[in-house]
Ligand binder design. Structure first.
Ligand SMILES: [Zn+2]
Ligand SMILES: [Zn+2]
Length: 269
Protein backbone atom coordinates (compact mmCIF):
# COMPACT_ATOMS: atom_id res chain seq x y z
CA UNK A 1 0.00 0.00 0.00
CA UNK A 2 1.47 3.34 -1.03
CA UNK A 3 0.27 6.59 -2.60
CA UNK A 4 2.44 9.23 -4.27
CA UNK A 5 1.32 12.86 -4.22
CA UNK A 6 3.20 15.32 -6.42
CA UNK A 7 2.79 19.05 -5.90
CA UNK A 8 4.99 22.02 -6.82
CA UNK A 9 7.96 19.76 -7.54
CA UNK A 10 7.68 17.79 -4.30
CA UNK A 11 7.29 14.01 -4.22
CA UNK A 12 5.44 12.98 -1.08
CA UNK A 13 4.83 9.29 -0.42
CA UNK A 14 2.03 8.11 1.86
CA UNK A 15 2.74 4.67 3.29
CA UNK A 16 5.43 2.38 1.95
CA UNK A 17 4.07 -1.12 1.68
CA UNK A 18 5.36 -4.06 -0.30
CA UNK A 19 6.61 -3.15 -3.76
CA UNK A 20 6.32 0.61 -3.31
CA UNK A 21 9.91 1.19 -4.40
CA UNK A 22 9.42 -0.87 -7.55
CA UNK A 23 6.23 1.02 -8.39
CA UNK A 24 7.88 4.41 -7.83
CA UNK A 25 10.61 3.43 -10.25
CA UNK A 26 8.00 2.25 -12.77
CA UNK A 27 6.23 5.58 -12.32
CA UNK A 28 9.46 7.35 -13.24
CA UNK A 29 10.12 8.86 -9.83
CA UNK A 30 13.84 8.86 -8.97
CA UNK A 31 14.29 7.26 -5.55
CA UNK A 32 16.66 10.03 -4.57
CA UNK A 33 13.96 12.64 -5.07
CA UNK A 34 11.43 11.64 -2.46
CA UNK A 35 10.85 14.62 -0.21
CA UNK A 36 9.06 12.80 2.56
CA UNK A 37 7.38 9.53 3.48
CA UNK A 38 4.31 9.73 5.70
CA UNK A 39 2.95 6.71 7.56
CA UNK A 40 -0.73 6.23 8.43
CA UNK A 41 -0.11 3.41 10.93
CA UNK A 42 2.40 0.68 11.47
CA UNK A 43 0.74 -2.45 10.08
CA UNK A 44 3.32 -4.23 7.98
CA UNK A 45 1.44 -3.82 4.69
CA UNK A 46 2.03 -0.07 5.02
CA UNK A 47 5.61 -0.18 6.24
CA UNK A 48 7.40 -3.21 4.84
CA UNK A 49 8.60 -1.40 1.72
CA UNK A 50 10.17 1.40 3.71
CA UNK A 51 13.63 -0.11 4.08
CA UNK A 52 13.93 -0.62 0.32
CA UNK A 53 12.84 2.96 -0.40
CA UNK A 54 15.31 4.40 2.10
CA UNK A 55 18.27 2.14 1.30
CA UNK A 56 17.96 2.24 -2.49
CA UNK A 57 17.61 6.02 -2.43
CA UNK A 58 21.11 6.69 -1.14
CA UNK A 59 22.89 4.38 -3.58
CA UNK A 60 24.21 6.70 -6.29
CA UNK A 61 23.44 4.25 -9.09
CA UNK A 62 19.80 3.89 -7.99
CA UNK A 63 18.76 7.08 -6.28
CA UNK A 64 21.57 9.42 -5.41
CA UNK A 65 19.66 11.21 -2.69
CA UNK A 66 21.20 14.39 -1.36
CA UNK A 67 20.71 14.54 2.38
CA UNK A 68 18.79 12.31 4.72
CA UNK A 69 15.54 10.41 4.26
CA UNK A 70 12.64 12.20 5.95
CA UNK A 71 10.00 10.09 7.67
CA UNK A 72 6.83 11.72 9.00
CA UNK A 73 3.88 10.52 11.00
CA UNK A 74 2.36 9.87 14.39
CA UNK A 75 4.30 9.04 17.53
CA UNK A 76 6.18 5.83 16.80
CA UNK A 77 7.77 6.68 13.45
CA UNK A 78 11.04 7.49 15.20
CA UNK A 79 11.12 4.01 16.64
CA UNK A 80 10.76 2.61 13.12
CA UNK A 81 13.31 4.98 11.60
CA UNK A 82 15.89 4.37 14.32
CA UNK A 83 15.24 0.64 14.23
CA UNK A 84 15.84 0.47 10.48
CA UNK A 85 19.12 2.35 10.84
CA UNK A 86 20.17 -0.13 13.51
CA UNK A 87 19.13 -3.12 11.40
CA UNK A 88 20.94 -1.95 8.28
CA UNK A 89 23.97 -0.40 9.96
CA UNK A 90 26.35 -2.79 8.26
CA UNK A 91 25.06 -1.88 4.79
CA UNK A 92 25.69 1.79 5.51
CA UNK A 93 29.05 1.15 7.16
CA UNK A 94 30.46 -0.95 4.34
CA UNK A 95 29.23 1.35 1.60
CA UNK A 96 30.75 4.34 3.39
CA UNK A 97 34.00 2.44 4.05
CA UNK A 98 34.01 1.43 0.39
CA UNK A 99 33.61 5.10 -0.60
CA UNK A 100 30.40 4.25 -2.46
CA UNK A 101 28.05 6.54 -0.54
CA UNK A 102 28.26 9.84 1.28
CA UNK A 103 27.37 9.22 4.95
CA UNK A 104 25.38 12.46 4.97
CA UNK A 105 22.82 10.80 2.67
CA UNK A 106 22.28 7.63 4.69
CA UNK A 107 20.29 8.72 7.72
CA UNK A 108 16.58 8.56 8.46
CA UNK A 109 15.30 11.71 10.13
CA UNK A 110 12.00 11.01 11.86
CA UNK A 111 9.40 13.72 12.43
CA UNK A 112 6.76 12.67 14.97
CA UNK A 113 3.56 14.57 15.66
CA UNK A 114 0.29 14.43 17.53
CA UNK A 115 -2.68 14.20 15.17
CA UNK A 116 -5.11 16.86 13.92
CA UNK A 117 -2.58 19.45 12.80
CA UNK A 118 -0.44 20.56 9.87
CA UNK A 119 2.77 18.56 10.07
CA UNK A 120 4.48 19.60 6.83
CA UNK A 121 4.49 23.01 5.17
CA UNK A 122 6.97 23.66 2.39
CA UNK A 123 6.87 25.51 -0.93
CA UNK A 124 3.15 26.08 -0.58
CA UNK A 125 2.39 22.41 0.04
CA UNK A 126 0.74 21.63 3.37
CA UNK A 127 0.10 18.19 4.84
CA UNK A 128 -2.44 17.84 7.62
CA UNK A 129 -2.47 14.66 9.69
CA UNK A 130 -5.74 13.66 11.33
CA UNK A 131 -6.79 10.83 13.62
CA UNK A 132 -8.85 7.92 12.32
CA UNK A 133 -10.01 4.65 13.88
CA UNK A 134 -8.76 1.33 12.54
CA UNK A 135 -10.76 -1.00 14.80
CA UNK A 136 -13.78 -0.86 17.08
CA UNK A 137 -11.73 -0.97 20.28
CA UNK A 138 -8.96 1.42 19.16
CA UNK A 139 -6.47 -1.38 19.77
CA UNK A 140 -4.59 -0.29 16.66
CA UNK A 141 -3.02 3.00 17.60
CA UNK A 142 -1.81 5.27 16.25
CA UNK A 143 -3.95 5.40 13.11
CA UNK A 144 -4.15 8.55 11.01
CA UNK A 145 -5.14 9.88 7.62
CA UNK A 146 -3.74 12.83 5.65
CA UNK A 147 -4.95 15.81 3.70
CA UNK A 148 -2.61 17.50 1.23
CA UNK A 149 -3.23 21.07 0.07
CA UNK A 150 -1.52 23.04 -2.67
CA UNK A 151 -2.75 26.05 -4.63
CA UNK A 152 -6.45 25.49 -3.94
CA UNK A 153 -6.12 21.82 -4.83
CA UNK A 154 -6.52 19.08 -2.28
CA UNK A 155 -6.26 15.35 -1.75
CA UNK A 156 -7.37 13.28 1.22
CA UNK A 157 -6.02 9.83 2.06
CA UNK A 158 -8.16 8.02 4.62
CA UNK A 159 -5.60 5.52 5.89
CA UNK A 160 -7.05 2.27 7.24
CA UNK A 161 -10.21 3.17 9.06
CA UNK A 162 -13.79 2.43 9.90
CA UNK A 163 -16.12 5.29 8.94
CA UNK A 164 -15.02 8.31 10.97
CA UNK A 165 -16.18 11.89 11.31
CA UNK A 166 -12.66 13.22 10.71
CA UNK A 167 -12.68 12.05 7.09
CA UNK A 168 -15.81 14.14 6.57
CA UNK A 169 -14.39 17.08 8.54
CA UNK A 170 -11.11 17.18 6.61
CA UNK A 171 -12.41 15.77 3.35
CA UNK A 172 -15.40 17.94 2.53
CA UNK A 173 -14.97 19.40 -0.94
CA UNK A 174 -11.51 17.96 -1.65
CA UNK A 175 -10.58 17.36 -5.27
CA UNK A 176 -9.61 13.73 -4.76
CA UNK A 177 -10.72 11.63 -1.81
CA UNK A 178 -8.90 8.31 -1.58
CA UNK A 179 -10.67 5.93 0.76
CA UNK A 180 -9.99 2.39 1.83
CA UNK A 181 -12.72 -0.22 1.43
CA UNK A 182 -13.40 -3.85 2.31
CA UNK A 183 -15.97 -6.16 0.81
CA UNK A 184 -16.58 -9.79 -0.03
CA UNK A 185 -19.04 -11.66 -2.17
CA UNK A 186 -20.85 -12.61 1.01
CA UNK A 187 -20.99 -9.46 3.15
CA UNK A 188 -21.46 -11.66 6.23
CA UNK A 189 -18.08 -13.30 5.69
CA UNK A 190 -15.22 -12.29 7.97
CA UNK A 191 -17.08 -9.96 10.35
CA UNK A 192 -13.83 -9.16 12.17
CA UNK A 193 -12.27 -7.85 8.97
CA UNK A 194 -15.38 -5.80 8.24
CA UNK A 195 -15.15 -4.27 11.70
CA UNK A 196 -11.67 -2.96 10.87
CA UNK A 197 -12.54 -1.28 7.59
CA UNK A 198 -15.22 0.59 5.67
CA UNK A 199 -17.71 -1.19 3.45
CA UNK A 200 -18.85 0.23 0.10
CA UNK A 201 -22.21 1.46 1.37
CA UNK A 202 -20.51 3.28 4.25
CA UNK A 203 -17.87 4.70 1.90
CA UNK A 204 -20.67 5.91 -0.37
CA UNK A 205 -22.21 7.76 2.55
CA UNK A 206 -18.86 9.44 3.22
CA UNK A 207 -18.50 10.42 -0.45
CA UNK A 208 -22.04 11.80 -0.43
CA UNK A 209 -21.26 13.85 2.67
CA UNK A 210 -17.95 15.19 1.33
CA UNK A 211 -18.74 15.53 -2.41
CA UNK A 212 -15.17 15.17 -3.70
CA UNK A 213 -14.21 16.01 -7.28
CA UNK A 214 -13.29 12.33 -7.55
CA UNK A 215 -13.75 9.52 -5.05
CA UNK A 216 -11.15 6.78 -5.35
CA UNK A 217 -10.87 3.39 -3.76
CA UNK A 218 -7.45 2.20 -2.73
CA UNK A 219 -6.41 -0.44 -0.20
CA UNK A 220 -9.22 -2.68 -1.43
CA UNK A 221 -9.66 -5.60 0.95
CA UNK A 222 -11.39 -8.04 -1.34
CA UNK A 223 -11.59 -11.70 -0.41
CA UNK A 224 -8.88 -14.12 0.54
CA UNK A 225 -7.46 -16.16 -2.34
CA UNK A 226 -8.72 -19.73 -2.17
CA UNK A 227 -10.81 -19.15 0.96
CA UNK A 228 -13.20 -16.24 0.76
CA UNK A 229 -14.59 -15.06 -2.56
CA UNK A 230 -14.02 -11.45 -3.47
CA UNK A 231 -16.10 -9.26 -5.75
CA UNK A 232 -15.40 -7.75 -9.16
CA UNK A 233 -14.99 -3.99 -9.48
CA UNK A 234 -18.49 -3.70 -10.97
CA UNK A 235 -20.02 -5.11 -7.79
CA UNK A 236 -17.91 -2.80 -5.64
CA UNK A 237 -19.19 0.14 -7.66
CA UNK A 238 -22.77 -1.17 -7.59
CA UNK A 239 -22.74 -1.49 -3.81
CA UNK A 240 -21.29 2.02 -3.48
CA UNK A 241 -24.02 3.39 -5.73
CA UNK A 242 -26.59 2.45 -3.08
CA UNK A 243 -25.47 5.57 -1.21
CA UNK A 244 -23.47 7.72 -3.68
CA UNK A 245 -24.02 8.95 -7.22
CA UNK A 246 -20.93 11.13 -7.83
CA UNK A 247 -17.58 10.51 -9.57
CA UNK A 248 -15.98 7.23 -8.48
CA UNK A 249 -12.92 5.26 -9.54
CA UNK A 250 -11.63 1.90 -8.35
CA UNK A 251 -7.89 2.40 -8.00
CA UNK A 252 -5.19 0.15 -9.41
CA UNK A 253 -1.45 0.05 -9.05
CA UNK A 254 0.16 2.85 -11.09
CA UNK A 255 -3.13 4.59 -11.81
CA UNK A 256 -2.68 8.35 -11.60
CA UNK A 257 -4.88 11.41 -11.23
CA UNK A 258 -4.08 14.91 -12.38
CA UNK A 259 -5.98 17.72 -10.70
CA UNK A 260 -6.47 20.65 -13.04
CA UNK A 261 -8.34 23.88 -12.35
CA UNK A 262 -11.54 22.37 -13.73
CA UNK A 263 -11.40 18.62 -13.40
CA UNK A 264 -9.64 15.47 -12.32
CA UNK A 265 -8.04 13.55 -15.19
CA UNK A 266 -7.34 9.85 -14.77
CA UNK A 267 -4.40 8.07 -16.40
CA UNK A 268 -4.81 4.32 -16.59
CA UNK A 269 -1.69 2.28 -15.84
ZN1 LIG B 1 -3.98 -1.61 8.79
ZN1 LIG C 1 -3.71 -1.93 5.59
Amino acid sequence: MSTLVQANGLNLVFDAGRGATTRLTQAGVPLGQIDGVFLTHFHSDHVNGLSDMWLSGFIPALGGREGNFDLYGPIGVKNIGDGLMQTFRNDVDVRVADAEVDPATTGIVSHEFEANRVIFDRDGVAVTMFKVQHDPNSAIEPAVGYRIDYADKSVLISGDTVPVENVIRYGTGVDVLIHEVADFQDPAALPKVYAHHTNPRQAGEIFTATRPGMAVYSHIVNGIPGRVAGIPDETLIERTRESYDGPLTVGQDLMSFQITDDEVNISQP
